[in-house]
Design a binder for this molecule. Structure first.
Ligand code: MN
Ligand code: MN
Length: 481
């Protein structure tokens, strides 16, 4: 290992008691957030409530009220946009005009999970189950034999929304995907790990009680004649939520782990939980924005995006025009001068941290890392110059000028940070939203919290890394450029 580099010190060794306490306190709040926000909708609602508490105004409401006079926004003004309840944009207008660029942080708020299919329910062997289609890059075998919760929304035919959240509150029942007993698993155990549990085999167990009432002569109930356990499930859903089987065609029900967020280790230095990727960076970035008080020099922009785990497509994903439109509107709303309306100038002068988790060295799987260019739990925020796979393909590559400026800022503020790749060359790879923002002309680099067991139902992060990442984001918002 290279030594003597500040970046490669363990932060805990340098941290004083006060800082350590602060890191633990910050982590407690994060853990409460992670426990209650398990979907992109839940994170969006949380973010909006925090923003509104701090008097951020809904940009769409402001624009609606505006009489088109220009100069709608002035330095110090705070605005946000809620993109369909699944993605959030927020900004604090800085002293400098928008054409000098913004300091932006983008994180994603979706996580790998299982989604209900649109026709989910069926009965088999006197049990009733739900069909799912997995979302994002999961190892399917990790999702069996574990308590599961259902979070989501059902839209009735009349457009009314019903929120569903069951499985992880005190007193709730939970759900499970069963696995084959070892006694009969001889063939399964000989399969490749990727094939031992199949996508179509990820069916969630929902009930076993039969409905004793006879199905009516006509109507939807008739379709389920001879399926008394499924009928019972539908009866319960109707009584509890007022929803019918057909309503699930207009629903998004996400199957997520019902595991509690917990301290990990005798020293309580780490956090175990579902969805650190990428709620740990989303939370750090949101808090950094909320805690950056006063009128900043540069406009601060936060982007919490959906759909990263499936490629960032769609109108709530980072490949959409959402950020571009938001910045363009800010340009227009802060000026009455033609040149300030040209958002291109704003993009080209902007700097963005693509806030996403990094992979940490796992002592059980050390051979996938190049130790000189790997990230370790406890060494602070990960700064990743480039992403991609097999020849950096499909990734984003930051300009060294930007990294030099960040080094200067982070070192000045004594932020613990490290630099590394996701893993060894040609073993795999990955990327996140960075490239889409870089395509707009912005200076972009990936940076975030290192994670163990990434994309599993129970990921692990270090409290020290989380806290250092929060401090890095905060100083970037306030002091960069
Ligand atoms: Mn991610
Ligand atoms: Mn991910």
């Amino acid at each position: 290992m290279a030594k003597g580099n500040e970046a490669y010190d363990i932060w805990w060794e340098k941290a004083g008691e006060k800082e350590k306490k602060e890191a633990f306190r910050f982590s407690d709040e994060y853990m409460a957030f992670l426990q209650s926000c398990k979907t992109e909708r839940e994170v969006s609602a949380y973010a909006v409530s925090c923003l509104e508490k701090q008097k951020y105004a809904d940009l769409d409401v402001l624009v609606e009220k505006d009489k088109g006079k220009g100069n709608l926004l002035a330095p110090g003004d705070k605005v946000y946009r809620n993109c369909q309840g699944k993605s959030i944009l927020a900004a604090v207008i800085g002293k400098q005009p928008l054409n000098r660029g913004v300091n932006a942080i983008a994180a994603h708020i979706d996580s790998p999970r299982l989604d209900f299919k649109q026709n989910p329910f069926y009965e088999d062997s006197h049990l009733t189950l739900a069909k799912t289609h997995y979302y994002g890059g999961i190892k399917k075998y990790q999702w069996v034999c574990m308590p599961l919760a259902l979070h989501g929304v059902v839209f009735l035919k009349n457009g009314n929304k019903v929120e569903v959240r069951v499985g992880d509150q005190e007193g709730d029942p939970c759900f499970v995907i069963t696995d084959l007993l070892p006694h009969l698993a001889q063939k399964q155990m000989e399969k490749k790990v990727a094939e031992a549990v199949t996508g179509e085999g990820l069916n969630v167990l929902l009930g076993s009680l039969p409905d004793k009432e006879k199905p009516k002569e006509k109507g939807a109930d008739q379709e389920n004649a001879g399926q008394p356990v499924k009928s019972m499930l539908l009866r319960i859903l109707k009584e509890t939520y007022g929803v019918e089987e057909r309503d699930f065609v207009s629903a998004e029900i996400e199957v997520v782990p019902a595991l509690p967020v917990k301290d990990i280790g005798f020293d309580r230095s780490m956090i175990g939980g579902y969805g650190h990727d990428d709620r740990v960076c989303a939370y750090a970035a949101l808090k950094a924005l909320l805690d950056s008080k006063g009128v900043p020099e540069k406009t601060m922009v936060l982007y919490l995006a959906d759909k990263e785990e499936v490629g960032s497509q769609g109108n709530t994903g980072a490949q959409s025009v959402a950020l571009r439109n938001f910045l363009s509107e800010l340009c227009a709303a802060t000026s009455d001068r033609y040149q300030d309306l040209i958002a291109y100038r704003c993009f080209a002068a902007s700097h963005l941290l693509s806030a996403d988790v990094g992979s940490a060295v796992d002592p059980n799987f050390k051979d996938v890392q190049d130790p000189l260019n790997a990230n370790y739990l406890g060494k602070g925020m990960v700064l990743e110059k480039y992403t991609g796979r097999a020849g950096k393909s499909g990734g984003s590559d930051a300009n060294p000028e930007f990294i030099a400026a960040l080094r200067q800022l982070f070192d000045k503020d004594a932020i613990a940070w490290q630099t590394g790749e996701i893993g060894k060359v040609d073993l795999g790879g990955g990327g996140t939203v960075a490239a889409f923002m870089a395509n707009l002309g912005m200076q972009v680099v990936d940076c975030g919290v290192p994670v163990l067991s990434m994309h599993s139902p129970y990921e692990v992060v270090s409290k020290g890394d989380l806290y250092q990442t929060y401090l890095a984001y905060k100083t970037f918002f306030l002091n960069f450029g």
